[in-house]
Design a protein around this ligand. Sequence first.
Ligand SMILES: Cc1ncc(COP(=O)(O)O)c(C=O)c1O
Length: 394
Amino acid sequence: MTYQSGRHFLQIPGPTNVPDRVLRALSRPTIDHRGPEFAKASLAVLEGLKRIFQTAGPVVIYPSSGTGAWEAALVNTLSPGDKVLMFETGHFATLWRNMATALGLEVDFVPTDWRHGVDPAVVEQKLVADKGHQIKSVMAVHNETSTGVTSHIPLIRQAIDRANHPALLMADTISSLASIDYRHEAWGVDVTIGCSQKGLMLPPGLGLNAVSAKALDAAKSAKLPRSFWDWEAMLAANKIGFFPYTPATNLLYGLGEAIAMLEEEGLANVFARHDRHAEATRRAVRAWGLEVLCADPQEYSSSLTAVMMPDGYDADALLDLILKKFDMCLGIGLGKVKGKVFRIGHLGSFNDLMLAGTLAGLEMGFSLAGIPFSKGGYAAALEYLEGNHTEYKG
Ligand SMILES: Cc1ncc(COP(=O)(O)O)c(C=O)c1O
């Protein structure tokens, strides 16, 4: 591969582009993680994260990827043999199920066609049928990154409440946190799982758990073995701004900067920006004569769009060509939809001209790859963007 000049386009649905302000924060000298300067900064970050998760309760930060934060949610709240209810909304829901099974949980894994989210009616039906309250937790991926489908967490909460069932509710917000409206506390979620490399605009390396009082209570009797992931030691140390082991000091600097940026923009504006870019993207897809994988407009994802390839054309080959010709990475299809879809990430640090560049690269890629499509997706997206300049709230 020869040198390619100009800016690389990283348009996978995470890791996302890390803005210059965050890169500069990451490059500050590492300090003593047991000293007073560190404690002051980490207390501010821990408080700031509560505002991002929209909760007054604690948020735990691990030096891990999102997978670690999944494991932390399970091992802190559940016991071997516990029954849990999960939904096969896509590849990431499947990986989380595999982890739950490996940890010794008994998973009722409800299938979907990978084009829909969690059906709250099924949640209600399963919980009503569970007279003996064997199901200890309902687990949902809020935004399924492999399909671009967003499940309705508040409706799942209502279904649990209607069934009058004590199960915990856990939600994976790895590709929705700080991109799509999400309210840990108001929506009655017990453990929310997040990570650094998507809406938070950081490199990979931080795994997050927002924890409810009910989840903390469950942790007291949960018997799955845990040590590194134990909330108790973490929360005790966090009270005074410290961690039970060496934290990812520089990523925490970056996190502080990212929180400041999100709050300067305003969370409501951040969500509106993602909604607008997602709508422009879908207009492009439709104008190309292609189909969005998500089948229900009420479940469209605002952080990414998965696009179905015309029959007989391989998505991976298209993405290889676009990378070679235009130095742009898009998300490949994962699991059951490998080769059949590609994914456009439009989350994190992103603006109109980055979207325009992304769609232009795709449109040129379709032509070069000989894919049957109608020109005009790029134009349709720009027309929408021009006509819909959201009046951002200050
Ligand atoms: C929805 C979702 N959950 C979990 C994960 C796993 O996170 P990680 O790869 O950071 O371990 C991902 C990764 O993209 C994801 O998108």
